[in-house]
Design a protein around this ligand. Structure first.
Ligand code: AHR
Ligand code: AHR
Length: 483
């Protein structure tokens, strides 16, 4: 049985079931998600390999070969049509895409395996979000609901709010108690919502508050989460709610809070029933995190039911897999990266001070220029499965992105710097060499544009995101460093 079969047997059926990695019902054979590709805008639905099975990642890989793909729809498997699509602007923020919509997620940012079969999760970078404001059957008012989600315990931040669950139907903050969603991260920086240790924590976003328990500030029983895969549970019914969690690859769930509602407008609740992923109720969009699967139920599931769902998740066999493909990079080696766009095939990724650019470099160039165009591959500062690039002439300084521009900056040791300086490598999109993908914004690749370096998405909102010559501009032939 799948998770939603288990919830049904437990009397709290799924009213929304989302996963890009697998079917959540034993009998489900329909679309799990839709991807759209950059080359021609065509879309395809990715389905399970078999009823109840793992997503057909190979179908995505062949559809997206030699181009980029975005996740455009995460289908609701419950039959209620509660699909998640690109989130519209809200009270707190408009997104960067046309008409204020948030970014869509890359289809390749979160590869995993389930019992050895490849699948992709939903890697949410800041300004990325999904939503459904026209829902059917989800809890409203003080009605009971259950939620679980499988997340990446190593991908989080302090921005508001990496959420999955129940929110306002108008994308505005309509008041305390108008949300009941799973939150994962280190808090939204506004002084409320912490557990023990330094986080990240599983909390409940109940609107104008991330709650780790009944105390609005701190609940020491809500632990810092450190496993790579996390099962997060939030559930609520009249004057009772709970937070539970565990390692999604082993063991059982623990209860971090179970008890009465907080005071101050949260009892009774005023749930509205919309569904959000990766954003706050008012479209606050500065959070990051990774979502693999999750559901909303009608009815308050028992702990026993959730324990059976956890056993099912463990049996699904989530594991990390390589974030890289194509010609291999080797930590410790010194490299140069040559542009492949017809204009520019004698130009290499270089820097002038903190500015990353391309410059014409050859064996007869000055030693100084050769060093400016040579980089030492390092284990990724923000994720050891990917890479960082240390300047050969300025040791301790690395290529990082800031406002989507590539810069060479000294490593300040911060989480932000580490993540901005981490890049994964894949086969060059134009068939030559490598394309270097931002770990933290996987829709974005190193691109040279008017001889300057950016992280660019294929057809995105910035001038340097232009679709014309995208594949060529993001493909670099890598050889030994000049110096
Ligand atoms: O409760 C935290 C956040 O506060 C909500 O997600 C958002 O709607 C509001 O800004
Ligand atoms: O480059 C995008 C973001 O811009 C970086 O993550 C951050 O450092 C800056 O605000």
């Amino acid at each position: 049985a799948g998770p939603c079969d288990i919830y049904s047997s437990g009397g709290a059926p799924c009213v929304a079931a989302h996963s890009t990695t697998r079917a959540l019902y034993d009998a489900y054979t329909g679309g799990l998600y839709q991807v759209s590709r950059g080359s021609d805008g065509a879309t395809v639905d990715i389905t399970p390999l078999s009823a109840g099975g793992v997503a057909n990642a190979t179908a995505q890989d062949s559809f997206c070969a030699s181009t980029t793909c975005l996740i455009t729809i995460i289908y609701d498997q419950s039959g209620r049509g509660n699909h998640l699509t690109q989130a519209p602007p809200g009270g707190a923020a408009s997104g960067p895409d046309p008409n204020g919509y948030d970014y869509l997620a890359s289809a390749v940012g979160a590869p995993v395996t389930l019992n050895g079969q490849k699948a992709y999760g939903v890697f949410i970078s800041p300004f990325t979000g999904y939503r459904n404001n026209a829902v059917s059957g989800t809890a409203t008012g003080d009605e009971p609901q259950g939620l679980y989600a499988v997340l990446d315990g190593t991908h989080y931040n302090t921005g508001c709010c990496f959420d999955y669950g129940n929110a306002e139907v108008n994308s505005h903050d309509t008041g305390n108690g108008h949300m009941e969603a799973i939150y994962f991260g280190t808090g939204d920086g506004s002084g409320h919502g912490t557990g023990s240790g330094s986080g990240p924590w599983i909390m409940a976003d109940l609107e104008n508050g991330l709650f780790s328990g009944v105390d609005p500030i701190n609940n020491p029983a809500d632990p810092t989460i450190s496993s790579r895969f996390v099962t997060a549970v939030v559930k609520g019914e009249p004057n009772q709610w709970a937070i539970r969690g565990g390692d999604a690859t082993s063991g059982s769930l623990s209860t971090f809070y179970s008890g009465v509602r907080p005071s101050g407008g949260y009892n009774p609740m005023s749930k509205e029933g919309a569904i959000i992923l990766g954003i706050g109720g008012d479209n606050s969009d500065s959070a990051q995190g990774t979502f693999y699967e999750g559901v909303m139920t009608s009815g308050y599931p028992s702990d026993d039911t959730e324990n059976s769902v956890q056993a099912n998740i463990v049996a699904a066999g989530y594991a990390a897999t390589s974030l890289n493909s194509g010609p291999e990079l080797t930590a410790g080696s010194s490299i140069s990266l040559r542009a492949t766009t017809a204009c520019c095939t004698t130009r290499y990724i270089a820097h002038t001070g903190s500015t990353v650019n391309t410059q014409v470099v050859s064996s007869s160039s000055s030693t100084a220029l050769k060093q400016q165009a040579s980089w030492t591959v390092r284990t990724g500062l923000g994720n050891s499965a990917c890479f960082s690039f240390e300047s050969n002439d300025t040791p301790g300084s690395f290529i990082r992105h800031s406002n989507y521009e590539l810069m060479v900056n000294a490593n300040d040791g911060s989480k932000q710097f580490s993540e901005d300086a981490t890049f994964c490598s894949q086969a060059g999109l134009n068939g030559q060499g490598n394309s270097i993908r931002s770990w933290s914004y996987p829709t974005r690749y190193w691109r040279h544009f008017n001889a300057l370096g950016y992280i660019a998405s294929n057809g995105g909102p910035h001038f340097f995101d232009a679709a014309a010559s995208f594949n060529d501009d993001v493909s670099f032939v890598i050889s030994a460093g000049f110096a």
